[in-house]
Write a protein that binds this ligand. Structure first.
Ligand code: M6R
Length: 609
């Protein structure tokens, strides 16, 4: 959470930083700020709320004589979203400016020490301790590099910093420990950012900074060091992404664009993992070696990635008889772990930066488990925790609400399950059927998406309700959990998912004419009739019923609104119910005038535990 960016070069610094921060806005939008070092002074601008507020302030700022600057977009952790807590923070003499992503865990002790030494704090942030520490060390060393090296030795926790000093122009120091940072090298200057999108179009080569390293950026060159000050040799790699890949295209929102990208991502995944349409190749992994001796699987993930894991549990257990435990990473960390050397731990993370998931995997590693990571960002921090990676190939997901990464996770998890069954010698006709049925899903998903207008009309009927219930059974329970999460995170409607059979054990008390209930019913599933009964029970209590039904022969006498989805087997059905529920959530949020791509209080990469 939080995004940082720095640029030293001969393009208009303000514009480069604004563009960079805009592309990092998915990391937070509580406040933003920038600092520019010019010939005689450092100018700092900060604003609460969205980046547009800073943009307005900067319209009247004269930064033309500055060739270097740093910027920040904040997701508040320590201290409210006020201007005084916004970054950049400055030293008491105003010469050092610093932006930070991460959390300095020992900031309280450091603050007391610095206060005793006369430093007067202006904010409630943990970050301010870092800037004063550097100022203190600068007084000793009179060199920004040396002051930074000395200061980081005191810091515990996670930090990515960009730092400038008024008396050392043509220099930005970028520091990394447990928070991502990537350096960009270009013809018109050099850049640093929390994530690649900020760099696209400005630089042509990149270097990923590793933990306990820092880079010194000048307009003409960049040098790299470890925290002991030893020089490091790095080989830049080309930055292959184009600006178009992070644009909204003709869509009103990234979320809508990303929903519509799903069929093509499915096709891409199928040809990546099954190039000949028959044999599954898990990204070059020696599947026999890795999977043959496993006795249990643990899936650790958060949010939508957790929901994908829960869906996969149904399929993996059914096809392989291997027990699967799915844990929210934030809980796994604090529980008694049954993980051992015969455990395969699947870590799932779109961003690859989720702190809880990374910590959980580090703990699993200590138990000698094998670790397989599914991620959409092969360049992310989680990769360092993995024995092997299964890429999601979904392309950069900008909208805070995960959509295309969810269905990509499902597909990769299905393929993993099929491969596991094959390696264990238990693959049967059903495994084969599912493997081939997957190829029909892109077209079926297109069918679902082509009914968007009808879904928009249904959304209009329900946008004014303040609560929703979602019900499903088996794998569809995982599906409704995800549907409810989508709705609540972008519309702020209170939406709860229940196992349909559990309804009468309590939640049915919620049902009345003001409670819309969304139910998933899949033809030929063992619980179809049971869910119909659950829906009858809701109807009898005057609940409003919206049914997602995959049976084309079903004669509706029950649902207020029936949304038909193509015929699909139960195991693969989440791939078709997900886009429906995503579009319902999207259109309800739109009707309510919500900021669909940037819902309040959220950030896309949750880099704090
Ligand atoms: O990047 P990750 O998959 O690790 O992120 C996990 C969750 O933070 C994420 O899925 C979150 O729940 C999304 N906002 C859901 O749309």
């Amino acid at each position: 959470m939080c995004g940082i960016v720095g640029y030293v070069g001969n393009n208009a610094v303000k514009d480069v930083l604004l563009e960079g921060l805009q592309r990092l806005e998915y990391r937070g939008y509580d406040s933003s700020g920038m600092a520019f070092v010019g010939a005689h002074q450092t100018q700092v601008y900060r604003a609460c709320g969205k980046l547009d507020n800073l943009r307005k302030i900067l319209e009247n700022a004269h930064t033309e004589s500055s060739f270097q600057g740093i910027g920040h977009i904040r997701w508040a952790t320590h201290g409210a979203a006020t201007e005084s807590n916004a970054h950049p923070h400055r030293s008491t003499d105003g010469k050092i400016s610093l932006v930070h992503n991460g959390i300095i865990e020992n900031y309280q002790a450091l603050k007391e020490e610095l206060q005793a030494q006369g430093f007067c704090f202006q904010s409630q942030t943990d970050t301010e301790t870092a800037v004063y520490l550097i100022e203190r060390e600068y007084q000793k060393y009179q060199s920004l590099e040396k002051a930074v090296i000395a200061a980081v030795q005191y810091l515990k926790g996670a930090f990515a910093f960009c730092i400038m000093h008024q008396d050392e122009p043509d220099k930005i120091i970028a520091v990394r420990k447990n928070a991502p940072l990537v350096i960009g090298l270009g013809k018109n200057g050099n850049m640093v950012a929390s994530d690649i999108p900020a760099l696209i179009g400005f630089v042509d080569r990149i270097v990923y900074l590793q933990d306990n390293e820092f880079a010194v950026l000048h307009q003409k060159d960049v040098s790299f060091y470890d925290f002991d000050g030893h020089s490091l040799l790095k080989s830049p790699e080309p930055l292959a992404l184009e600006a178009e890949q992070i644009s909204k295209g003709h869509y009103a929102h990234y979320m809508l664009k990303e929903i519509h990208e799903q069929p093509d991502i499915l096709r891409r995944l199928l040809s990546f993992y099954m190039p000949d349409g028959q044999n599954i190749c898990l990204n070059g992994i020696d599947a026999k070696k890795m999977l043959r001796n496993i006795e249990q699987i643990e899936i650790v993930a958060c949010g939508t990635s957790y929901n994908a894991g829960l869906a996969a549990k149904n399929v993996i257990e059914k096809l392989t008889d291997i027990p699967v435990r799915v844990e929210a990473a934030s809980e796994y960390i604090y529980q008694k772990q049954l993980t051992n050397a015969q455990t395969l731990v699947l870590g799932i993370s779109q961003s690859g930066e989720t702190a809880d998931t990374i910590t959980a995997l580090k703990q699993a590693r200590l138990k000698n488990a094998q670790i397989l990571v599914l991620t959409n960002r092969e360049d992310s921090s989680i990769v360092q925790c993995a024995d092997a990676i299964l890429p999601l190939k979904a392309g950069i997901e900008v909208s805070v609400a995960a959509t295309k990464s969810y269905t990509a996770q499902l597909v990769v998890l299905y393929l993993f399950a099929f491969k596991l069954a094959e390696v264990l010698g238990v693959a049967n006709a059903e495994t084969n059927y599912l493997k081939h049925a997957l190829f029909e899903l892109p077209v079926q998903m297109e069918q679902v998406l082509s009914a968007e207008k009808a879904l928009e009309e249904v959304s209009a009927l329900y946008a004014s309700y303040s609560d929703f219930v979602f019900i499903g059974r088996g794998i569809s329970y995982a599906g409704v959990l995800e549907g409810a999460l989508k709705l609540k995170e972008i519309s702020y409607i209170n939406a709860n998912a229940y196992m349909a059979g559990e309804l009468k054990h309590g939640p049915i008390a919620l049902i009345d004419e003001n409670m819309p209930c969304v139910a998933i019913l899949i033809k030929n599933s063992s619980t179809f009739d049971k869910i119909i009964s659950n829906c009858e029970e809701i109807k009898a209590r005057h609940g409003k019923l919206i049914g997602l039904v995959s049976d084309e022969t079903y004669q509706n006498k029950l649902f207020d609104n029936l949304i038909r989805i193509p015929n699909v087997c139960e195991e693969l059905s989440p791939l078709l119910t997900a886009p429906v529920l995503q579009l319902l959530a999207y259109h309800i949020a739109l009707k309510l005038g919500r900021e669909v791509d940037k819902p309040r209080n959220l950030a896309k990469s949750v880099t704090v535990e």
